[in-house]
Design a protein around this ligand. Structure first.
Ligand SMILES: *Cc1c(COP(=O)(O)O)cnc(C)c1O
Length: 422
């Protein structure tokens, strides 16, 4: 079946690019830990007629008429989200992860208030207060870090000290480049001690939590979770804000998302969220989430064997952050480029207190969500890690790289993207 039949007839330029991307995704190994393959069902919902509809407001309280079906779809998405994450309120309208975080800050803070978040070079996200973002013009961000980048343990004593001094209104957990579990109880107790909200941005690990392969921060008393829906959760590009039990907080969040920040919700994407959440509620998603972790462990073992330094000393989740500059004398940017040549896609990344620059840092970040969707188990994942290391060690050996490119193609052919994700 040609998914792009009409585009093909009507718009050759865009069609060619879409075909190219289809082929790239099929024939290469996708290791960017924030990417995944969504199901055909999710894509059908995204391409549905709901993109035609304006639905400003929330189910039962809309500004325009004709909402009998949009209300159904948004309500299903909300109910499934609540069930997946075991909480009482869900706002499924944020357009993506960054807008969800901006809405969260404006819902819970007054301009000038302080947020205590993870240092960005230690794994935090841009939206957790990087100076290039506009939120830093409105709010003040203070930091916690790892005590020791070689174990990944957070310096909770220092975190408490900073919290007492800076009096944040939000204690923010969550990360995009951190491979260990956080001590959720410590975060909540520090938040309670200084009278702050305990919030976690679970964008990267939402699928692990939904699949019961990682602890749910709500079980330790977190007040609010923000997330993307397109990473490990394997849904459409989008965001979401979940509130454990406070109706007061949930109301503030709803008002801030709409009309505070956004206009009409992207109802086609909300339908796709509903479909993806339905998939995540299925027992097979637990198997998927557990396999993501097993595959990451298999990759970790290979890196250990090659004595490649990993930030955090290894991984307890879906991703690995490797100090390739320290271990192999190759920069993160160079590593990204040479791996691209052999069909292995990942990203350069800053490591803790990186002496190098953001555009050419010391590390690379990679993970297993997409290859696990592809059907890879431990054996194939370990082989991918071997190929990755071999490529880096042979970065100037064209014959060797050609050989690896061929093996990558063969692996991809042996494990085509499964039918339901095409
Ligand atoms: C990916 C990510 C985001 C941003 O999501 P976008 O959809 O790219 O806006 C926010 N927070 C964390 C922790 C992330 O990893």
């Amino acid at each position: 079946m040609n998914f792009y039949e009409h585009i093909q007839k009507q718009d050759k330029e865009v069609f060619d690019a879409l075909e190219g991307e289809e082929q790239r995704e099929a024939e290469g190994l996708e290791l960017i830990p924030s990417e995944n393959y969504v199901s055909r069902a999710v894509r059908e919902a995204m391409g549905s007629v709901l993109t035609n509809k304006y639905s400003e407001g929330y189910p039962g309280k809309r500004y325009y008429g004709g909402q009998e079906f949009t209300d159904v779809v948004e309500t299903i998405a909300i109910e499934r989200a609540k069930k997946l994450f075991n909480c009482q309120f869900a706002n499924v309208q944020p357009l993506s992860g960054a807008p969800a975080n901006v809405a969260l800050y404006f819902a819970l803070l007054e301009p000038g208030d302080t947020v205590l978040g993870m240092d960005l070079s230690h794994g935090g996200h841009l939206t957790h207060g990087h100076p290039v973002t506009y939120i830093t013009k409105f709010f003040n961000f203070v930091r916690y870090k790892m005590k020791d980048p070689d174990t990944g343990e957070i310096d909770y004593d220092e975190m408490l000290r900073v919290a007492k001094e800076a009096k944040p209104k939000i204690v923010l957990a969550g990360f995009s480049a951190y491979s260990r579990e956080l001590d959720y109880k410590k975060f909540v107790s520090i938040a309670r001690e200084v009278g702050a909200y305990a919030v976690m941005d679970i964008a990267h690990i939402a699928g692990l939590i939904a699949g019961r392969a990682a602890k749910n921060p709500f079980d330790s008393g977190f007040d609010v979770l923000t997330t993307t829906t397109h990473k490990t959760l394997r849904g459409p590009r989008g965001g979401m804000i979940l509130t454990r039990e406070s109706e007061d907080i949930a109301k503030k969040i709803d008002k801030t998302v709409f009309p505070g920040f956004q206009g009409g919700p992207h109802m086609n994407n909300i339908a796709a969220k509903a479909v993806a959440f339905g998939e995540a509620l299925h027992p097979s998603f637990k198997t998927y989430a557990a396999q993501i972790l097993k595959n990451a462990k298999a990759m970790e073992e290979v890196l250990h064997r090659h004595s490649i330094r990993m930030i955090g000393g290894g991984t307890s989740n879906h991703l690995i952050l490797a100090d390739v500059h320290g271990s192999l004398g190759i920069s993160g940017k160079e590593a990204e480029t040479v791996l691209d040549e052999v069909g292995i896609t990942l990203n350069k990344n800053m490591i803790a207190d990186d002496p190098r620059k953001p555009m050419d840092p010391s590390g690379i970040r990679f993970g297993t969500p997409a290859i696990t969707t592809r059907g890879f188990k431990e054996k194939e994942s370990a082989r991918v890690a071997e190929l990755l290391v071999e490529t880096l060690k042979n970065k100037d050996n064209d014959a060797k790289k050609k050989e690896i490119r061929e093996e990558v193609r063969t692996l991809c052919k042996q494990f085509p993207i499964p039918e339901q994700f095409l």
